[in-house]
Design a protein around this ligand. Structure first.
Ligand code: FES
Length: 106
């Protein structure tokens, strides 16, 4: 087995979107559209040339279930709570859009 190594993240940003589902009747991010939030973020990354620079990952429970949906951004330890699909464009504007390279002028 190869020895463990540590180093810098290969990503400029890594967004973790909680998609955890808890038992019926308990607050959870899956019930607050965590998958839809994750998929919209992923589609923005793919459509704007950010693959390999930005990673969107579905995560397990972050232990803030009652405040979900939850999105954690690294580096910087930024945390979005109460996230709904209606908030995703704002997260994109704040976190992802500044990383998009300008399109060349024809
Ligand atoms: S289910 Fe998302 S924080 Fe617990």
């Amino acid at each position: 087995m190869a020895p463990m190594k540590s180093g810098e993240s290969p990503y400029l940003k890594h967004l973790f979107v909680c998609v955890n589902r808890r038992p019926a009747g308990e607050d959870c991010c899956a019930e607050k559209a965590g998958e839809a939030v994750k998929e919209r973020l992923k589609s923005f990354v793919a459509a704007n040339g950010l693959k390999g620079k930005v990673r969107i990952s579905g995560s397990g429970c972050m232990d803030f279930c009652a405040k979900g949906g939850n999105v954690m951004v690294t580096p910087g330890r930024r945390w979005y709570s109460g996230v709904t699909p209606a908030d995703v464009e704002r997260i994109i504007a704040l976190e992802l859009a500044p990383l998009v390279s300008p399109k060349p002028v024809a």
